[in-house]
Design a protein around this ligand. Structure first.
Ligand SMILES: [Zn+2]
Length: 86
């Protein structure tokens, strides 16, 4: 479960960015918090055109099939999420 500082404003969104799952080594399209659909582990990943890809789980995690799904997105593009919701 993601925690958020009390009183922080947030916006609920619906869009295809939240329904796609990504395997390790796939390029990150959206910066934010991702959750593995198989074990629930959460990570942060950032979009960067040069080098950012989704990671595998580290060796201490019993889940060996990381499948990342966007859970919380940041407004990194500063476009009020237009790039996410169309
Ligand atoms: Zn997992």
């Amino acid at each position: 479960m993601t925690g958020i500082f009390a009183g922080t404003k947030f916006k609920e969104l619906i869009g295809s960015a939240f329904t796609t799952t990504y395997s390790p080594s796939i390029t990150v399209e959206y910066s934010g918090i991702y959750k593995c659909i198989n074990c629930g582990r959460e990570i942060t990943s950032n979009m960067h055109p040069d080098d950012d890809t989704f990671p595998p789980h580290n060796k201490s995690i019993s889940c060996k099939d990381a499948k990342w799904k966007l859970h919380v997105i940041t407004d990194t593009m500063d476009d009020n999420f237009k790039s996410v919701i169309g």
